[in-house]
Write a protein that binds this ligand. Structure first.
Ligand SMILES: C[S@@+](CC[C@H](N)C(=O)[O-])C[C@H]1O[C@@H](n2cnc3c(N)ncnc32)[C@H](O)[C@@H]1O
Length: 322
């Protein structure tokens, strides 16, 4: 049995019998006026963060969600799109599609604004999406891609890139791990399917995103997720896994490289009213400016003693250069 079969098998079971602790997260569940999330969707919240952000959902976007789980985030996306077929949900596991369909019926009863046909459910594989080229504004995945081995992860990211319109957004939430994951854990198909041992370092994930062509990357959140400890797992040292929320935008990559925002800011505190680096960044005296890592590097190279550059917070929430 391949690791992909083992994954399908695990989520078939998780569809038939909800597993509350499967991918538990500290991220609060979005609450909006008149949005009532059915209990079963909360029990089947198999994500590790949130991919829903009102900032991405302007201008009536066409939304794609890959790996539907119990359907909670598709309901949250529907809250903003509110139209027939506004959200397409794709999953490879029949039982998960059936379970989410049932959950959407329940959501319809609890939410007068919601109709099941706001969500168009389709059987399909993240590695070969049944979706037309450049037809999607916002494509989301939560806690699925980390399961994929590197070649498959590359395929999955290329598929998301292919279906997005120019300037479209891939919003994702996934575990990452900046330590060396022991090979025995990495090769354990069940742990991988449980989103516990497939994760890669954040910088490698970002490089894979820029390698497929995304020109702007926003790291919006990073939180502790799990510890694989020496008592419970076959490892000599405790392994920390974190979960991240990232938005990758299908902007062209600039000549000097992609803009990667990891939550850095710069403050000019010199004697002039402002500082202009002549590359599009004007910093008003003692005002913070959100900057991408590339600009942070360029400003640091100036070796000035009147510009402060912060460390990455990994909680970028908009604004700034590029
Ligand atoms: C960890 S769950 C996450 C579910 C959902 N995103 C959430 O946040 O609750 C992974 C989901 O991906 C689906 N899945 C697994 N392999 C897949 C594949 N190759 N293509 C599409 N969906 C897949 C599973 O059936 C399951 O619904």
């Amino acid at each position: 049995m391949s690791y992909l079969d083992a994954t399908e098998d695990l989520y078939k079971k998780a569809a038939l019998t909800p597993d509350v602790g499967l991918c538990c997260t500290t991220t609060p569940v979005w609450k909006f006026p008149e949005l009532e999330i059915p209990k079963i969707m909360l029990e089947m919240n198999y994500g590790c963060g949130s991919t829903v952000n009102p900032r991405d959902l302007v201008n009536n976007p066409k939304i794609l969600y890959v790996g539907v789980g119990g359907g909670m985030e598709l309901l949250q996306f529907s809250y903003f799109s509110r139209q027939k077929g506004g959200v397409t949900g794709i999953d490879i596991v029949d039982e998960m599609l059936d379970a989410s369909k049932k959950n959407f019926k329940e959501a319809e009863e609890l939410n007068p604004w919601f109709k099941s046909d706001f969500v168009d459910l389709k059987k399909g594989d993240a590695l070969n999406l049944p979706v037309e080229d450049e037809s999607i504004d916002v494509a989301a995945q939560n806690c699925l891609f980390n399961i994929f081995k590197l070649d498959d992860l590359k395929k999955a990211l290329k598929e998301m890139y292919r279906v997005l319109k120019p300037h479209g957004r891939l919003v994702l939430s996934d575990p990452i791990c900046d330590q060396d994951m022991p090979e025995n854990l990495r090769n354990d198909d069940r742990l991988r399917a449980l989103c516990l041992s497939g994760s890669i370092p954040l910088k490698d994930y970002i490089k894979m995103l820029t390698d497929v062509g995304f020109g702007t990357i926003e790291v919006r959140a990073k939180r502790p997720y799990r510890i694989l400890d020496t008592n419970h797992y076959d490892t000599d040292e405790n392994i920390m896994i974190e979960s991240v929320e990232v938005c990758a935008i299908k902007d062209p990559i600039q000549e000097d490289g992609a803009c990667v925002f990891t939550g850095k800011s710069a403050i000019y505190f010199g004697n002039e009213d402002f500082f202009d680096d002549k590359k599009g960044h004007v910093m008003m005296q003692n005002q913070p400016l959100a900057i991408c890592d590339k600009t942070a590097g360029a400003l640091a190279d100036l070796n000035r003693d009147d510009i402060y550059i912060s460390e990455s917070t990994y909680h970028y929430d908009g604004g700034g250069c590029c």
